[in-house]
Design a protein around this ligand. Structure first.
Ligand SMILES: [Zn+2]
Length: 267
């Protein structure tokens, strides 16, 4: 099996995770900038995090034969403070030419607040000005549908944004159709407790098809499984999916989307 892990927070994981991913057929891991489990105290905290994502983590992954890519932004959970967000956004352009940076993400909404929306618009503008791909985080649980609608409205109202260059992540049964119908890519996050289980994700694939859709573990500092993607591939096999169909979802699709950035190369 070969696969790409398109969404994993490896700064929170131990080296055993890299080794297990490599042994399971992972060829590349992509790390969106996200919440650290606590709020950073200043823009300088984000500057160091961006250095960690672009300098240190690729070296750590390379020790296990894995390519490491990342996305940069201020995440929605820390977007309530618009002044701090503006300071962080101003730091990002100097990192965009670094060899492992794929785009702006994971931006989006957490509590669907006015300030979060303002910061989302600022980061969509940043992506448009620098012609970057976008990776979007959608809120969890009961806020997801409303948040997804608000996010799609922001993206569609900016005429510089092309839907095929945006992936909307953490989709579930009630949001995946909305995202795909508008021409965006959709990401399904496989979590042991919340979000999609492997069985639910495969049900969604069987309902909506395999076009413009990928699977990820979004493993981070909380309860999560860095091998969720290959384990779901095994579940697909058990449910009778053809090897080609599995390869499309776990390898070819992420390669196609991410390959829109010329820096992304695997195989
Ligand atoms: Zn994430």
């Amino acid at each position: 099996m070969r696969y790409i892990e398109p969404h994993a927070h490896m700064v929170s994981r131990v080296t055993d995770d890299y080794e297990r991913m490599a042994v399971s057929g992972c060829e590349a891991v992509c790390e969106p900038a996200f919440w650290a489990g606590f709020d950073r105290g200043s823009a300088a905290g984000f500057y160091d995090y961006f250095r960690q994502l672009t300098e240190h983590e690729p070296k750590r992954a390379a020790k296990f034969g894995l390519k490491h890519f990342c996305w940069l932004c201020i995440n929605p959970k820390e977007s309530e403070d618009v002044k701090l967000a503006a300071e962080v956004i101003a730091l990002i352009p100097e990192f965009l030419n670094r060899p492992n940076v794929l785009g702006i993400g994971e931006i989006g909404l957490n509590k669907n607040s006015r300030n979060e929306l303002k910061v989302l618009e600022m980061q969509v503008d940043l992506a448009a000005r620098y012609k970057q791909l976008i990776l979007v985080h959608t809120p969890h649980l009961e806020d997801k549908l409303k948040g997804t609608r608000l996010i799609l409205d922001v993206l569609k109202s900016d005429k510089r944004i092309r839907p095929e260059q945006v992936i909307i992540d953490h989709v579930e049964e009630h949001t995946v159709g909305l995202v795909l119908d508008e021409g965006f890519w959709a990401g399904m996050t496989l979590y042991p407790e919340t979000k999609c289980s492997p069985a639910r994700a495969i049900d969604i694939l069987e309902t909506y098809g395999q076009k413009r859709i990928w699977l990820n573990s979004a493993c981070d500092w909380g309860v999560s499984d860095p091998l969720a993607v290959p384990k779901t591939a095994v579940e697909m096999k058990k449910r009778g999916h053809h090897a080609m169909a599995i390869d499309k979802v776990v390898y070819q699709n992420p390669r196609k989307f991410l390959g829109q950035c010329s820096k992304f190369k695997v195989g």
